[in-house]
Ligand binder design. Structure first.
Ligand SMILES: Cc1cc2nc3c(=O)[nH]c(=O)nc-3n(C[C@H](O)[C@H](O)[C@H](O)COP(=O)(O)OP(=O)(O)OC[C@H]3O[C@@H](n4cnc5c(N)ncnc54)[C@H](O)[C@@H]3O)c2cc1C
Length: 318
């Protein structure tokens, strides 16, 4: 059953905004993370708490023909010393991908690397990770966080690509932002490697389309325009309407497989992920791991409030 049929469209939007508010509320985080049941339910969307668990999941997904992007969970780090462990974990991840010959790329967030502390620290940390990844020709995608970071993220992405010559770096654009049309046009002209998603943060109507129908329309337009350029597009969505609209366009325009791939999150529409592989498409699963699962998990609940029933059912079973 669709969530909006159950809750009603307005109630669903309010619930979504409440869950997104809770995703950044410190009091809610400390309450939920101490609750064993919440942790167990969250692990449905997370490969585990350790790198080894994520590597095992990657191996299994690769065996099914899926590519992977590994993400070490964490964001909004406030102490410079904490970023050292993040860089070390990413380096270990890159070594593991290489030595195990895994078909995996890397995803990261700039606030996990210290962007809220200092841009210099963040850039230094990012360069360490990009260098390690470049040595083994492993692609790295800089995730996009809330709109407060969009301009800075794009600037740092371009600095890494153009001034430090990291051709293995890409970034993310969110279809819910009004600015994304202009950003995508420029990024296409620059030959950028872009993952297009709808956007997962709580944003005001001054910067983002409030209506889902407008976000969806923009998503399809942005994807189609980008596919007509010579640049590489990662189509990141679980929305069947988006997938089908883009797939029809790809077929009608005879767009080469070298120019795009599909992306979905680990634990969401897994059967559909395998179907796309069987249909001959490149399909990459975004596989997060680590103990900082709370904001990631809450954003997943907000995307599909029906998942709250999953949570409630687990509650009653205990
Ligand atoms: C690989 C990848 C990377 C991403 N990176 C970023 C990023 O860097 N920055 C960012 O802001 N966002 C990112 N996102 C999240 C994205 O912005 C959306 O919030 C998320 O993908 C949900 O949007 P949707 O396109 O799937 O469509 P929606 O309109 O949210 O959902 C459409 C349908 O998909 C299914 N579905 C969607 N979500 C779920 C769920 N949680 N559980 C079960 N079914 C679900 C349901 O059937 C739903 O009806 C990423 C998403 C993916 C797939």
């Amino acid at each position: 059953m669709s969530t909006s049929l159950f809750f009603g469209q307005k109630a669903e939007t309010m619930l979504r905004r409440l869950l997104l508010y809770l995703s950044i509320a410190g009091w809610a985080r400390s309450m939920m993370t101490q609750w064993g049941l919440a942790r167990r339910v969250a692990l449905r969307f997370v490969a585990g708490e350790t790198l080894q668990e994520a590597i095992n999941v990657t191996r299994d997904l690769n065996a099914k023909g899926l590519l992977v992007s590994l993400d070490y969970l964490g964001e909004s780090v406030t102490r410079a010393e904490d970023t050292q462990e993040v860089v070390e974990t990413y380096r270990a991840m890159i070594e593991q991908i290489h030595t195990n010959n895994l078909k995996a790329s890397v995803s990261l967030k700039l606030t996990h690397l210290g962007l809220d502390i200092s841009e210099d620290l963040c850039q230094t940390n990012l360069r360490h990770i990009l260098s390690a990844a470049k040595t083994h020709q492993i692609p790295v995608t800089i995730d996009m966080e809330s709109s407060a970071y969009t301009g800075t993220t794009l600037r740092i992405y371009r600095t890494m690509r153009d001034e430090h010559n990291f051709e293995n770096v890409g970034t993310v654009i969110q279809a819910y932002l009004y600015r994304s049309k202009g950003d995508m046009q420029q990024l296409a002209a620059e030959g950028s490697h872009i993952r297009l998603c709808k956007g997962a943060y709580l944003e005001p109507p001054e910067v983002a389309f409030p209506e889902k129908s407008d976000v969806d329309k923009n998503y399809v337009e942005l994807a189609q325009n980008y596919l007509q350029s010579a640049s590489y597009l990662c189509i990141a969505t679980h929305d069947e309407n988006m997938i089908q609209a883009v797939e029809s366009f790809i077929k009608a325009q005879n767009i080469s497989q070298e120019r795009y791939e599909f992306h979905m999150l680990y634990g969401i529409r897994s059967a559909r992920q395998e179907e796309l592989v069987a249909a001959g498409y490149k399909m990459r699963a975004y596989v997060p791991f680590g103990s900082a699962w709370y904001p990631y998990f809450m954003r997943r609940l907000a995307e599909r409030p029906a998942n709250l029933w999953f949570f409630t059912r687990a509650l009653f079973r205990n």
